[in-house]
Design a protein around this ligand. Structure first.
Ligand code: 2RA
Length: 350
């Protein structure tokens, strides 16, 4: 029969998009079981046009489940993914708990699909949304040109910080709308108050050079993820990566500027040809017509959008790009669903 799928964390920001994607994609699953914290148990959510009751996260909830997609906090995944895997469920995990585990593959189906087989713990990790928002385009360029080093800055949407991030931006925007704020030091901060939600500073009328938690030497966890995960996915363990992660007042869709240096000289024509034909990438780049991707247009769509393709002014081996990707779709739920579908195909074939 068709495989049984569980969605763990079905009620969250990513879980909600997950259910939409499962309703839109070819219906390859038998039962779809929705699992969440005990406080959400009993709620009914729509998937594939049916109302399904959410069950609480327990060991028994994984009975008969072939594949489970987890979107829960790191500590919940760290505890429960191995429990599910021990019951024979293949777990596709979207937390940070397993991404850098050498026995857990970190998979982007357009870039390293074969890695799904290397799941020695029965767990496959889904990359962080910031890495995912650029890596499909970079993977395509790397396959042709050979990547040597990477300099990136992110412009991250507030939904990367979950529902609380979105609520914080909405609340702050309503407090500053129609005012003359943004003209004196601290005026925005006083207007929005001390409660800045999951962000260290006001995010309305502002940009905040911080995402995640503090790591060594002043780096943020988000910046470490972009470096470590890019290396692992591309199979370039020594890749030099310079990265700064920044939060911007955008609801959904992360953007990045990318300076990528390759093994030899590159041309914009060849880069455009690669990007125009790479699966999962849309080249939208016509500066004469004022055409380039922005989050406001990319949100809700599946591809990685690439524009502003230029050869570096001072280095014929490097390219500059501007990339946008919906952090809740390709950045989270879509890539997780694609991995689960890859695994289901494999189960069906064996
Ligand atoms: C963020 N990438 O945007 C994080 C979420 N995993 O905050």
């Amino acid at each position: 029969g068709r495989p049984t799928l569980a969605v763990v964390g079905a009620t969250g920001a990513v879980g909600t998009v997950m259910l939409q994607i499962l309703s839109q994609h070819a219906d390859i699953w038998g039962e779809i079981r929705l699992i969440a914290s005990p406080r959400s148990a009993g709620r009914k959510l729509a998937v594939r046009g049916e109302e399904v009751e959410v069950v609480a996260l327990t060991e028994e909830a994984f009975d008969g489940v072939d594949v489970a997609m987890f979107d829960v906090p790191d500590e919940v995944s760290a505890r429960w993914a191995p429990i599910a895997a021990a019951k024979g469920t293949i777990v596709v995990d979207n937390s940070g708990a397993f991404r850098m585990d050498p026995e857990v593959p970190l998979v982007v189906p357009e870039v390293n699909p074969h890695a799904v087989r290397l799941r020695r713990r029965g767990i496959i990790a889904n990359p962080n949304c910031t890495t995912l928002s650029m890596i499909v385009a970079l993977g395509a360029l790397h396959a042709e040109f050979g990547l040597r080093d990477l300099v990136v800055s992110s412009y991250q949407a507030v939904s990367g910080a979950g529902r609380e991030g979105v609520e914080t931006l909405r609340r702050q925007v309503s407090l500053v709308a129609g005012t003359q704020l943004g003209t004196h030091p601290g005026d925005v901060r006083r207007a929005v108050g001390d409660d800045t939600g999951p962000f260290p500073e006001p995010v309305a009328l502002n940009v905040v050079p911080w995402a995640g938690s503090l790591r060594e030497d002043g780096w943020s966890s988000e910046e470490m993820k972009v470096r470590d995960e890019s290396r692992k996915i591309l199979g370039l363990p020594e890749l030099p990566v310079a990265v700064t992660c920044v939060r911007v007042p955008v609801v959904t869709t992360h953007s990045l500027t990318v300076h990528a240096r390759f093994e030899g000289e590159v041309t914009v024509d060849k880069a455009r040809e690669i990007l125009a034909t790479a699966p999962g990438v849309v080249l939208f780049d016509n500066p004469e017509a004022g055409e380039f991707p922005t989050p406001a247009d990319a949100v809700g769509t599946d591809p990685t959008w690439v524009g502003r393709v230029r050869r570096a002014l001072d280095d014929p081996t490097a390219l500059e790009l501007f990339v946008c990707g919906d952090n809740l779709r390709k950045g989270s739920a879509l890539n997780t669903a694609q991995i689960a579908e890859l695994v289901a195909g494999e189960l069906g074939a064996s």
